[in-house]
Design a protein around this ligand. Structure first.
Ligand code: DHB
Ligand code: FE
Length: 279
């Protein structure tokens, strides 16, 4: 049977990808960020999952205002890298797992989560930067990746509670797949940040710390945070944190926090990383 063994929460700040791609990781500004991710990279190399379910958001690259699915599952054989304005990032194509993805869609829809099926999609920094942070810069990504795109760009975004429930349904779906596979679920984006308007640059370390603490201690409190509160307290783009709750829902009742890293500044973002293992 396939099993979800752990979850990874991580920011996806695009400037982090640019720092790697342009050889700037040793610069004083970036060095602490990459040092902070080193233990997570080692954990990933040791854990060697067969599949990553990557819960991320597209930033008007695969989807635009013509079509905005709330929850979209990537069912393709592979996902090419989007050009976000300065050429596609020089990272490997992302290999999917169409058979397992089709099973997840089947299970989720019968479980009353109305997923959008995506058979062709390019992926942007929301997906590639977390892969870079946890896997480094290999010639091929070390495992297959099933993208789960959540709309947090055009309002209304789904609630944290709905995301958590979808995570629980993903756990049921994965556990009904017979092949022996280890699966790690990523929740990406965040933490506190706002990238436009008069409050651009806003961060809220107290909000972020409480969020990190309660992922293991009291996820029910986090599922009660209404979307507007993320915006008010932690900046407009902090709404990306609902994707961390989707990851948390997929881990089952008991988790153990095995790593945490938090750092400001990285572009406009308070960078956070947490690793939770299912117990
Ligand atoms: C930044 C962060 C994001 O999550 C994003 O999608 C774009 C930009 C930033 O910090 O600049
Ligand atoms: Fe983002």
């Amino acid at each position: 049977m396939a099993r979800i063994v752990a979850g990874v929460g991580t920011s996806h700040t695009p400037a982090i990808g640019a720092a790697v791609d342009n050889g700037k990781t040793d610069q004083p500004y970036w060095q602490p960020v990459f040092k902070g991710y080193e233990p997570a990279r080692q954990w990933m190399a040791k854990t060697r999952p067969d599949v990553i379910v990557m819960v991320y958001n597209d930033h008007v690259n695969a989807f635009d205002l013509k079509m905005i699915p709330t929850f979209a599952l990537g069912c393709a054989e592979e996902f090419t890298i989007a050009d976000e304005g300065w050429g596609p990032r020089p990272v490997p194509v992302v290999k999917g797992y169409p058979e397992l993805a089709a099973h997840l869609v089947q299970s989720l829809v019968l479980d009353e989560f109305d997923m959008t099926i995506v058979n062709e999609m390019q992926v942007d920094h929301g997906l590639t930067v977390p892969l870079t942070l946890l896997c480094g810069a290999p010639a091929e990504w070390p495992c297959r990746v099933i993208p789960l795109a959540v709309n947090v760009v055009q309002y209304p975004a789904p609630t944290g509670r709905r995301c958590y429930q979808l995570g629980q349904a993903i756990r049921r779906a994965v556990e009904s797949w017979e092949e022996d596979l280890t699966v790690v679920v990523f929740g990406t984006g965040g933490m506190s940040h706002q990238i436009q308007g008069p409050r651009a640059g806003l961060t809220n370390p107290a909000f972020d710390k409480a969020f990190l603490d309660d992922l293991s201690r009291d996820p029910q409190r986090l599922t009660g945070i209404p979307p507007i509160e993320y915006l008010r307290e932690a900046g407009a783009e902090a709404i990306e944190l609902v994707m961390w709750l989707l990851m948390r829902g997929a881990l089952g009742a008991k988790v153990e926090e095995v790593y945490r890293f938090y750092h400001i500044p990285a572009s406009s973002t308070a960078v956070g990383n947490i690793i939770l293992e299912s117990r």
